[in-house]
Structures are given as C-alpha cells and as structure tokens.
Ligand binder design. Structure first.
Ligand code: SAH
Length: 457
C-alpha cells in the first residue's frame, strides 16, 4: 500500500481513542497513529517517527487544543514511571474509557449488538489501594535506587512517593534506600547479573495493616542480613514478618523457588469480605482488595446460587471465588493449574471451615473434560481465565454440561468477546456485562459477564 504518510512529516491530528498502553490514537489518511502523551479530544501537531505496515507512531510537536477530559497527573513520577498509564485522565473518564473498551470489543470482535454493558464500578478514592508492591533495586550515579521500571524498559525510576500503594511503603523504601546507599550495598545490577538485592516485595494486609517484607536475593549469600531485618522491624512495627527469597536466575520473573523466613512466621493473613486467606511470600492475591470485594460481589449476584447447585470455579487461583460460592452451593469444584495455588486453596478452605469444595490441580483443558466424563455436571459455572481467555475444549465441555448460567470474569476484553461469540454458538446468551475497576490509573479492564442458557434448548 502506498502510504503518503512518511517518517519525519508533521500533521495535525485529533485523538479519538486510547491505546492499550494509554497512548492517544488518531488517524491520518486512514492510517492509525499512536502518540504517547495525548488523550482523546486532544488536537496536536505530531511528527511521524515510525511507519509500520498497518499503523504509525508519532510524537507530540505542539498541542493545539487540550481535551477537557485531561487532568494534571497527581503523581510527580508520571509518565516516567511505567506503573500507571492514564493518571492524566480524570478518574470518571478512565471509568468511561474502560466501559467503552469492553463495549467496543463485544461489538467489533463478537459482533454482538445491543449488549447491556454497565457503567464501570470504580473506587470512591482511587489511591493507596494496592496490597502489594514489587520494587526493583538498582544503582544510579553510585546511589541505591528503589522504584519501578520506566515504561517499556528496565531502567529504574527512583520512586519517592507512590500514590497507589499504602503510604507506609514510601517510608520503608526511603529508610532502606538511605541505609543501603550509606554502606554502599551491592544491590543487583541486571546487565552484569552481579550484586545481591534484586527486589523488595511488600505485602500489606488490607484489614489488619500488617506487612510482609520479602527481599529477593541473587543467591544464598545475604550480607548485612541481620542489620536489614532489624532496620525494617525496629522502625516499622507493622512489619510482622521478613522473608528472603532466592532467585539466582537471569530472568524477568521476580521470585525464585526457595524462601527462607528471617523474622516472624513467613506468612500473613488477609481478608476478603468475611473470609480469611493465609498468604505465603509468593501466593497470588488480587492486588486491590476493596475492588475485589466489589468484583466477587457481582460474581455472586450473577451466579445466583441455590443450596442444591453444583458449581465449577474454573481458573480458581488460591480458591478465593470458590470459597464465596461454597457458602451458598451444595458443592464447588475449583480447577487451577498452579500446584502451590491449589495447596493454598485447600489450606484456605480449611482455615474458613469450608468443607463442600474440592480443588483439582491441572490444566482446565484436561481437568474439566475429565470431571465431565466422570459424570459430574455443573448447574452454574464461573470462569476467570488468564488474558488469553478460555480454550475451546473448556467452553465445549461447559456447554455439554448444560449449566443454567455461566459467569465469565475477564481481564481482557478482546478474548472475552471472542469467547462470548463462541458461547453464543453453543446456546449461551450474553445478558449483562459489568466492568469493575481493579486497577485505577492503568489501562487494565476487568469485567464480569452473565450468560444464560437459551430457553429453546
Ligand atoms: N479466580 C482467581 C484467579 C484468577 S487468575 C482469583 O480471583 O484470584 C487466573 C488463574 O488461572 C491463575 O491462577 C492461573 O494460574 C490459572 N490458569 C492459567 N491457565 C490455566 C489453565 N490452562 N488451566 C487452569 N488454570 C489456569
């Protein structure tokens, strides 16, 4: 295709949409152009910096007209820090954008028209909501830096104040930063794979305020271990446990297989609603507890379970949704591929005195058909798959079981839309979609969908 649009050329464009990383999306001569720093409604002079097959990248030369949905980003590290992508959008507009994103995916990808997509359920105060921070250590000009990665890079932005974490984390990080800089501590340096401290993970209990600190080290050796533990625990009584996690691999994965408890019990309890969950240094938990309660509340409402219902919770993680479902159901089957998560799930069931739940470890593609073949039928199914959505065999088997309802929890609108279209062919009608904002200031969209079985079948 002979595009006229050329690298180095300048154009005035109007932004009409937001891309997946929060960049502005506009169009020049029919070609989609992504420009970082712009939001829908902005009009700007833009220089084209790259032309690809089906799109182009531009950079701002001059903003001609500012969109009225833009705001001064509340965090001084924006947009340098890669943690938040859309702090420059008024929060109510962020919520609107998330709803539109779900709606557009369902219309364009699934070809389903007129689906009832509700307004996104957002937070009253969309700050300090995270219950976990994972901060890489690094060195810059001889000083220790602790922070977050710069957008699309592994350079570290030295974060002094993060508005989406628990404020106490800023003080913990500052105390550690000062101490390590003073003694010129050998923090990990990614390019050379040398040095000791790789990441600091802070897990904050939403209900109790307790903190678990995990120090990820590049091998067993941990110089100044005692001093660091004492620095954390004597200055911050909220730090109830400190754990060393060993990760000596050259990898982007943050934690390694081995953890050593240095202080306290090595575990921490948190609550979602009235259920308690014991968390290990590496166990998965949704990072926004408050909104998780909103999300699960919607799941329960849509699932509408009666005391005789057999329920499947596919992609069950540490069994959080399963345990809520189990309180209303006859029996719940949780299916999850990660073995330690299944161990956590069993432990959590015991902790909460829930006995009518059975967790199966393995890939849903194998386990769900196996349970079906053994004669088990679900009355209601909940799925909460990873970003790539559900495998067809999982959806096929669900449809064979003929449940009354399917509740689909999705973290990616495009795969949700694909699966809704597939389920329609299998006799399940999308009734309602409720986006929930679990990640304010990011472009992540979470949505719960209710599907019901067509009456004629
Ligand atoms: N429902 C849980 C977790 C959802 S995250 C919660 O609300 O906390 C998605 C989960 O799917 C993860 O725990 C992941 O380990 C699991 N998973 C990914 N692929 C899978 C597969 N093929 N079969 C079963 N589980 C899978």
């Amino acid at each position: 295709m002979g595009f006229n649009i050329k690298e180095g050329k300048k154009y005035v464009i109007r932004i009409h949409d937001l891309g997946d990383s929060g960049e502005g999306v506009g169009r020049i001569e029919g070609i989609t152009v992504f420009v970082e720093g712009l939001v829908p409604g902005d009009r700007a002079l833009v220089e084209i910096v790259k032309v690809k097959k089906s799109y182009a990248l531009g950079k701002i030369v001059e903003i001609k007209e500012n969109s009225d949905i833009k705001q001064e980003p509340p965090c001084s590290h924006f947009p340098e820090c890669g943690g938040c992508q859309i702090q420059n959008l008024i929060y109510q507009k962020q919520l609107k954008f998330k709803k539109l994103k779900v709606e557009a995916a369902i219309e364009r990808i699934a070809g389903l028209k007129g689906i009832n997509v509700k307004e996104t359920l957002g937070m009253e105060n969309p700050f300090h909501f995270r219950n976990k921070a994972q901060l890489p250590f690094g060195k810059e000009n001889g000083k220790v830096v602790i922070g977050f990665y710069r957008k699309k890079s592994h350079e570290i932005v030295d974060i002094k104040k993060c508005l989406i974490q628990n404020p106490i984390n800023d003080d913990i990080v500052e105390t550690l930063r000062e101490y390590l800089s003073e003694i010129d501590y050998p923090v990990y340096e990614e390019p050379t794979h040398k040095g000791v401290l790789r990441h600091l993970i802070l897990r904050n209990s939403y209900k109790t305020g307790d903190i678990m600190a995990v120090l990820v080290t590049n091998g067993e050796s941990f110089p100044k271990k005692k001093e660091i533990v004492s620095l954390l625990t004597s200055n911050f009584p909220q730090v109830k446990t400190v754990v060393q996690n060993i990760n000596s691999k050259k990898t982007n994965v943050i934690t390694g297989p081995e953890s050593k408890v240095l202080f306290g019990s090595g575990r921490m309890t948190d609550y979602i609603g009235d259920l308690s969950f014991e968390i290990s240094p590496v166990s998965f938990l949704q990072v926004n507890t408050k909104q998780t309660e909103v999300l699960y509340g919607k799941v329960l409402e849509y699932a509408d379970i009666g005391p005789e219902d057999i329920v499947f919770d596919i992609y069950s993680g540490i069994g959080t949704i399963s345990l809520f479902l189990a309180k209303k159901a006859k029996k719940v089957y949780g299916i999850e591929v990660v073995k330690p998560a299944v161990a956590d799930a069993n432990h959590n069931a015991e902790l909460n005195g829930v006995t009518n739940v059975e967790f199966h470890s393995g890939r849903a593609e194998k386990v769900v058909p196996r349970l079906y073949e053994s004669g088990i039928r679900a009355d209601v199914v909940v799925v909460d798959p990873p970003r790539k959505g559900c495998e067809e065999i999982v959806l096929d088997t669900i449809a064979h079981m003929k449940p009354k309802r399917i509740v689909y929890v999705s973290c990616k609108p495009s795969t949700l839309a694909r699966d809704l279209a597939y389920l329609k062919k299998k006799g399940y009608i999308t009734q309602e979609v409720q986006p929930v904002d679990l990640f304010p200031h990011s472009t992540h969209v979470e949505a719960v969908t209710l599907l019901v079985k067509k009456r004629s079948d």
